[in-house]
Design a protein around this ligand. Structure first.
Ligand code: ZN
Length: 193
C-alpha cells in the first residue's frame, strides 16, 4: 500500500548488483538491474543497465507465448532489412532450449542500441521511425524515398503471401515513411539532392 516507495525502488539500482557491466554486447553502462536468465532459470540473473533491463523485459513479454518458430519469423522479418545474422532454423528445437530462449532477442536489442546511438542527434519523435527504416540523421528526402521504395517492395504483403509479420512490418514502414517525409522536407539540415 505504498505505491510511491515501491515505484522508487523498482527504478533504483539493485543493491545486490555484482558490479559487472551491462550484459548487452556493446553497451558500456554498469549492469545494475537484474532480469531472470531464462524461463527455465527464473532465479538466475543477468545484469543490465536501466535502459536494457527495460528492453529485455519488454522483449520477454513480447515473445511470451510464441513458439520458437514464430519468434524466429518475427526476428528475421525485423533483421532482414539490415542483414541476416543467423542461418534459418537456428532457433528451432534443441538450440532454442540450450540458449535459454532469449539470446537471440538480446542480439537484436544490441543492434537496436547501435541504431539508437546513431540516430541520437535526430529529433526525439523521429528516432523510432528512423530506426524502423534503418536510417541515420540527418537524411535527405532522396535517400529516404529510396530506402522506402526498397523496403516497401520487400515487405509488401503481396510479395509475402499474406504473411502476418510482413503485413505488420509493412504498416510500420509506411507510417515511418509518411512521418519522416513531412518532417525531412521541413527540418533536415541537409540540402535536397
Ligand atoms: Zn546496457
Amino acid at each position: 500500500m505504498r505505491p510511491r516507495t515501491q515505484r522508487a525502488r523498482a527504478f533504483a539500482p539493485d543493491p545486490d548488483a555484482p558490479g559487472v557491466g551491462c550484459d548487452v554486447p556493446g553497451c558500456e553502462a554498469a549492469g545494475e538491474y537484474r532480469a531472470p536468465r531464462s524461463r527455465r532459470a527464473l532465479r538466475e540473473w543477468r545484469w543490465f543497465c536501466l535502459e536494457h533491463v527495460r528492453a529485455y523485459n519488454a522483449a520477454w513479454d513480447y515473445y511470451r507465448g510464441m513458439s520458437p518458430g514464430q519468434i524466429e519469423a518475427e526476428l528475421r522479418a525485423d533483421l532482414s532489412w539490415q542483414r541476416p545474422t543467423w542461418p534459418l532454423g537456428r532457433l528451432g528445437g534443441a538450440d532454442w532450449r540450450r540458449s535459454g530462449g532469449l539470446e537471440e532477442p538480446l542480439a537484436e536489442l544490441a543492434g537496436r542500441a547501435k541504431q539508437a546511438r546513431r540516430a541520437e542527434t535526430a529529433p526525439a519523435d523521429l528516432r523510432e521511425h528512423l530506426a524502423a527504416l534503418d536510417l541515420g540523421w540527418p537524411v535527405t528526402l532522396v535517400a529516404l524515398k529510396a530506402r522506402y521504395k526498397e523496403l516497401a517492395k520487400r515487405h509488401h504483403p503481396d510479395a509475402n503471401g499474406g504473411d502476418a509479420g510482413a503485413e505488420a512490418r509493412f504498416k510500420v514502414i509506411n507510417l515511418a515513411y509518411a512521418t519522416l517525409r513531412t518532417r525531412v522536407a521541413r527540418d533536415s539540415p541537409l540540402p535536397a539532392e
